[in-house]
Design a binder for this molecule. Structure first.
Ligand code: BG6
Ligand code: MG
Length: 216
């Protein structure tokens, strides 16, 4: 008997690969400030909020900015990022993602989105899968960033399922930690060497099935 009653999905890196757009926008910002920003540094920003990402980038560039200046810079980066995601199409959904979320629904399992991104809704609209989720909790609805479990607890609450009966799909270490802190199961999307705390690690949702939920 499967006890999983809800699946909660992170967006960036699980449903779509937006890391490349974040990278281009942050790199443009860093370059405009006179320093470079590498793909390795971008990796460290997975699952990290916009504000915290900027703080880290300024730190890596050895630059200090006031809070007001940081707000301007974060907005500038987001404008460039939004220009890019505005062109996203349904074919950018990662392999198997749409199919697995749909198979959860077909099996009577609730589905929720739990993302730090304030641009979640726009991305879901562009790729045409807003209706696949029973609840959408994004960066506009939470005050505490992952690894705090707030985003996932709100997702569980919104679909009326106890945390112990939820499984979270995440590509970021902080996201896996957030799921565990919330008393949920965690499936890592990525490498087992990196996502060591997850109950199961797969390379993508194309490797997931309803049957595998039983093994968690
Ligand atoms: C996360 C991404 O999903 O959302 C981070 O992994 C990003 O890279 C964060 O910084 C916030 O996104 P946004 O769209 O609100 O700037
Ligand atoms: Mg992610």
């Amino acid at each position: 008997m499967n006890s999983i009653k809800a699946c909660i999905f992170d967006l960036d890196g699980v449903i779509v690969d937006t890391a490349v757009y974040h990278y281009k926008a942050w790199k443009r910002l860093a370059n405009s400030l006179g320093f470079d920003f590498t793909e390795e540094q971008n990796e460290k920003l997975k699952g990290v909020s916009r504000v915290r990402s900027l703080e880290l980038i300024l730190q890596w560039g050895g630059i200090t900015k006031t809070a007001a200046e940081q707000e301007v810079l974060a907005t500038e980066k987001n404008t460039w990022y939004v220009e890019m995601i505005n062109h996203m199409k349904p074919d950018e959904i990662l392999p198997g993602a749409k199919e697995f979320v749909q198979s959860c629904r077909d099996a009577g399992i609730k589905t929720a989105l739990g993302s730090a991104s304030k641009n979640s809704m726009m991305i879901l609209e562009k790729i045409g899968i807003v209706d696949l989720f029973d609840a959408i909790i994004d960066g506009n609805k939470v005050s505490k960033a992952k690894p705090d479990p707030e985003v996932f607890l709100k997702g569980a609450e919104a679909v009326g399922v106890a945390p112990a009966d939820c499984v979270v799909f995440e590509d970021a270490i902080a996201g896996i930690q957030a799921a565990i802190a919330g008393g949920m199961k965690a499936v890592g999307i990525g490498s087992p060497e990196v996502l060591t705390e997850a109950n199961l690690v797969i390379s993508g949702l194309d490797k997931m099935s309803i049957e595998k939920l039983d093994e968690l």
